[in-house]
Design a protein around this ligand. Structure first.
Ligand code: PAF
Length: 283
């Protein structure tokens, strides 16, 4: 495995892979890797000849009062996890490599970036779309792998790839969960033991609603209420919305498919997101 920090070196290495006709997979991450990331690596290794894992805590997707400085980082551990998982290249650029002096060109997503997280994190998806587009241009991957936990991010990136004619296949990999149902997230490490116990309510709420959906319930308000009941132990529910799976607009009763029940909640000072797809084929 190689660790590369500059775009020039990355391009040199990938040119070799490209001229050998190899298929390149990209797993974009902000590091502090967990089993969810490793599932993306596994999917990439199954579909591609060379897997590049990018590790870059992207400042432009954090708001001024968000957790950029406290975002968990452990590069040595990440490198080891990547090596053990069979990754060929870890791309870990510094901030100047990604955002040169006088940087001023952004990718501005549209309507898909407005609801859900977009309503509470202004500029977040502009930062995500910009860095993902830049990573696409740096790596020129054939396939890119994202986790379904970041449901809205997947939608925004897919739209961007279509709108900007990026010849890249985008694969969404199902959310990896702890045995008690908590979605894996780098931010889980901020939870105290007591908060960790209460955080399990997020998955429980979503699964309870999904169960009712499977039993035939199609009323939006009823499904939301079922999830909300479980969510009493979180400290602050930022949103709990049932949305159209394609447009991300609020779903109406009777529910049409595909739909997604999405949640963002604070447990202590940690903001967690999760979602469950209703009536969608598993990606
Ligand atoms: O999902 C993430 O970790 C980040 O949003 C991404 C896609 C790596 C962009 O910084």
């Amino acid at each position: 495995m190689q660790t590369i920090t500059t775009v020039a070196e990355l391009r040199r290495e990938l040119a070799k892979a490209c001229s050998a006709g190899k298929r390149v997979g990209l797993v974009p991450t902000m590091g502090y890797l967990h089993d969810g990331h490793l599932a993306l690596v596994e999917a990439s290794r199954a579909q591609c000849d060379v897997t590049v894992v990018s590790i870059f805590v992207n400042p432009t997707q954090f708001g001024p009062n968000e957790d950029l400085s406290s975002y968990p980082r452990d590069f040595v551990r990440d490198e080891k996890l990547c090596r053990d998982a069979g990754v060929e290249i870890v791309f870990a650029p510094g901030a100047q490599e990604v955002y040169p002096a006088q940087f001023e060109t952004f990718v501005e997503p549209g309507e898909l970036a407005k609801p859900l997280c977009g309503a509470f994190r202004p500029g977040h998806f502009r930062g995500v779309a910009t860095v993902v587009c830049k990573l696409f241009n740096m790596v020129h991957p054939d396939v890119v792998f994202f986790g379904q936990k970041d449901f809205q991010q997947c939608a925004v990136v897919r739209r961007m790839a279509t709108d900007l004619n990026l010849p890249i296949k985008i694969v969404t990999v199902p959310t990896v969960r702890e045995p008690d149902g908590l979605a894996m997230s780098s931010r889980n490490r901020h939870l105290s033991k007591e908060e960790r116990r209460r955080a399990v309510a997020i998955g429980r709420g979503l699964f309870a609603a999904a169960e009712e959906f499977r039993a035939g319930v199609r009323e939006v308000e009823k499904l939301i209420a079922i999830a909300e009941r479980q969510l009493e132990t979180v400290d602050r529910l930022q949103y709990l919305e049932l949305v159209d799976g394609d447009t991300l607009k609020r779903a109406e009763s009777p529910l049409r498919f595909p739909a997604a029940l999405c949640v963002a909640a604070y447990v202590g000072s940690t903001r967690l997101i999760d979602n469950v797809l209703l009536g969608l084929p598993t990606p």
